[in-house]
Every structure is written in C-alpha cells, then in structure tokens.
Design a protein around this ligand. Structure first.
Ligand code: ZN
Length: 69
C-alpha cells in the first residue's frame, strides 16, 4: 500500500451505487459500530484493521424505488 496518507477514499455501495466518501479514523476503543448504507440499508464495513471507517454520502443514487404497495 501507499505510504502517503490518503485521508479519504471513495466507496460505492455495491447494492444501490450510492457514492460515499470514506474517512479512516483511529479507533480509541474497540467498539464495533454497525454501519449501513443510508440509501438501501446494505451493511457496510465499519472497521479496517485498527481504524474505524466513517461514511459520508456524497452521491445519492437516483430514486428508483419500487412501488410495491
Ligand atoms: Zn446502498
């Protein structure tokens, strides 16, 4: 991997294609927080090694909700 610090990376939800900016932060305590896609509820990785991942929605998918009423 690169030594260069890359504070943010981009992530795309595999399910709904929502675009997220992912920020890695050092985890002060090993609490595992459940993270889910804001758009579709797909579970997202909340940790990467010693870091916690924070997701910021930057590209919401187009509304293509099924009207299953
Ligand atoms: Zn999603």
């Amino acid at each position: 991997m690169l030594n260069k610090l890359r504070p943010t990376t981009l992530f795309e939800c595999p399910r709904c294609s929502a675009g997220y900016k992912v920020v890695r932060a050092e985890a002060p305590d090993p609490t595992s927080s459940e993270i889910a896609c804001l758009s579709c509820g797909e579970p997202l990785a909340g940790r990467e090694g010693a870091f916690v991942l924070k997701y910021f929605l930057v590209d919401a998918p187009k509304e293509r909700q099924r009207r299953s009423a």
